[in-house]
Design a protein around this ligand. Structure first.
Ligand code: ATP
Length: 370
C-alpha cells in the first residue's frame, strides 16, 4: 500500500440535487484512518447518495471529496480505490461466491500478493458464515446470503476507504447481532476509514466509533455514540435514536426563573432545576419536551409528582415491555419498563419523569436547549 493508506477521508460542503429533491444539503464531515463512521437516518435521507458521491458514482453539484491531501473530485470511480458494498449487492451473476470475492483482489492495483488471495477470501467467507456457499452462483442464494457475499467482496480489499451501504439489513436479527460485532472487529484492525450506512439507529450506535445522523440531506448531529444517545442535538435525532426513541411533545413554557413549567393540553410538568436554567435562556416560549422511554416509570394515578393520564397500549417484549401512556388531548408518551407491570388498557395511571428522562428543544429551530 502507498502511504496514503492512513489518510483522512474529508467531505466538504457536499450538495447534490435530483430535480426537486435536495439529496445532500451541505454535508461536511471527515473519517479518520481506522475509524468507522456510522451514518444513520430514515429512508431517503441521503445515505446512499453520500456513499455514491464518495465512490465517484455521483458528481456533487457543490463541495469536494478529499483523501488525505489529494482531491478526489476529478478522479474516475475505478481509480479512487474505494471499496463500495452496494445496497443492491451488484454481484457478478456468472461467478461463484468465492470468485466474486476474489475479483477485486485480482484487479490491477489490488495491492495484495496473489498467493494470499484465496486464504483471505476463505477466511472472510468463514467470518460471515458463508464458507459452505463458496462455490454457489448468486442466483442460488437467499437475499441474506447474497448480502453476505457482497459484504465479503468489500471486506477482502485493502482500499483507501470502505463504504458499506446497509451491509447487514437483510440478515435475520440473530445473525445481524452476531455479525455486526465480528465485522466491526475486522474494520477496527484496518487502516482505512470506513463508512457504514444503516437506517437502524441502534445498529449505528453499536458499530460506529462516531455516528452521523442525517435527515433530508443534512447532518443533524455527529459525535460519539453516547453523545447521540444522551444528548440529542435536535428533535429529529431524539425522534430517530432510541429503543424506542424519545417521545417529543410540543408545548409552552410557563412561569419564571426556577419555577418554569412545561405546559400543553393535558400535561403540566414543573421543570427540574438544570433544565429550567437552560429553558430560562431560551429565546422563545415555544418549546418541545423530549421524554426518554427507559427513564420514565408508571405510578398510581394520584402518586405525588406524577403526571396524570391513562394506559393506551401495552406491548410485552419478553424481558421488557413498552407502554404507551396518553394524556388528555391525546398526546402519547412511550415508557419502557423491565417489570411485568399489571396494566390494563384504558386504566388511569400516573407518569413519573425524573430529571434524566427529559430534554428540551426550541420548537422553531428544532435544536436542543441551551
Ligand atoms: P434508503 O435508506 O431508502 O436507501 P437513503 O438515505 O440511502 O435511503 P438516498 O438513496 O441517498 O437515501 O436518496 C436521497 C434522496 O434522493 C431520496 O429522496 C431519493 O428519492 C433521491 N434520489 C436518489 N437518487 C436519485 C436519482 N438518481 N434520481 C432522482 N432522485 C434520486
Amino acid at each position: 500500500m502507498t502511504s496514503l493508506a492512513r489518510s483522512v477521508l474529508a467531505l466538504t460542503g457536499l450538495r447534490k440535487r435530483f430535480g426537486a429533491t435536495l439529496a445532500l444539503d451541505g454535508v461536511t464531515l471527515s473519517v479518520g484512518p481506522g475509524e468507522v463512521l456510522a451514518i444513520t437516518g430514515p429512508s431517503g435521507a441521503g445515505k446512499t447518495t453520500l456513499c455514491r458521491v464518495v465512490a465517484g458514482l455521483e458528481t456533487p453539484d457543490e463541495g469536494s471529496v478529499r483523501y488525505g491531501s489529494e482531491p478526489m473530485d476529478d478522479v474516475a470511480p475505478g481509480r479512487r480505490r474505494v471499496a463500495f458494498m452496494f445496497e443492491s449487492y451488484a454481484l457478478y451473476p456468472h461467478l461463484s461466491v468465492r470468485d466474486n470475492a476474489l475479483s477485486p483482489l485480482r484487479a490491477p492495483g489490488g495491492g495484495i500478493p496473489r498467493e494470499r488471495h484465496r486464504a483471505i477470501v476463505d477466511e472472510t467467507l468463514g467470518l460471515l458464515e458463508i464458507a459452505h456457499l463458496a462455490d454457489r452462483l448468486p442466483g442460488a442464494l437467499s437475499g441474506g446470503q447474497k448480502q453476505r457475499a457482497a459484504l465479503a467482496r468489500a471486506l477482502v480489499q485493502q482500499p483507501r476507504a470502505l463504504l458499506l451501504d446497509e451491509p447487514i439489513s437483510h440478515l435475520d436479527a440473530k445473525l445481524r447481532h452476531k455479525l455486526r460485532g465480528a465485522i466491526r472487529q475486522r474494520l477496527m484492525t484496518r487502516e482505512s476509514p470506513s463508512i457504514w450506512s444503516t437506517p437502524d439507529g441502534l445498529e449505528a450506535l453499536s458499530v460506529g466509533d462516531r455516528v452521523a445522523v442525517i435527515d433530508r440531506g443534512r447532518i443533524e448531529q455527529i459525535g460519539a455514540p453516547e453523545d447521540i444517545w444522551l444528548r440529542p442535538a435536535t428533535m429529529t435525532v431524539a425522534r430517530l435514536i432510541g429503543d424506542p426513541p424519545m417521545s417529543v411533545l410540543s408545548g409552552e413554557l410557563e412561569g419564571e426563573g426556577d419555577a418554569l413549567v412545561f405546559a400543553r393540553e393535558g400535561l403540566r410538568l414543573p421543570l427540574p432545576a438544570g433544565l429550567a436554567a437552560d429553558a430560562a435562556r431560551a429565546t422563545s416560549r415555544r418549546v418541545s419536551l423530549g421524554l426518554r422511554a427507559g427513564a420514565l416509570s408508571l405510578a398510581a394515578e394520584d402518586a405525588a409528582g406524577a403526571a396524570r393520564g391513562e394506559i393506551y397500549s401495552h406491548e410485552p417484549f419478553g424481558k421488557h415491555e413498552i407502554i404507551t401512556f396518553s394524556v388528555a388531548g391525546g398526546a402519547q408518551i412511550k415508557i419502557k419498563t423491565r417489570t411485568a407491570a399489571r396494566v390494563r388498557i384504558g386504566e388511569a395511571a400516573g407518569l413519573i419523569c425524573p430529571p434524566d428522562a427529559l430534554a428540551l428543544f426550541d420548537t422553531e429551530t428544532g435544536r436542543a436547549l441551551p
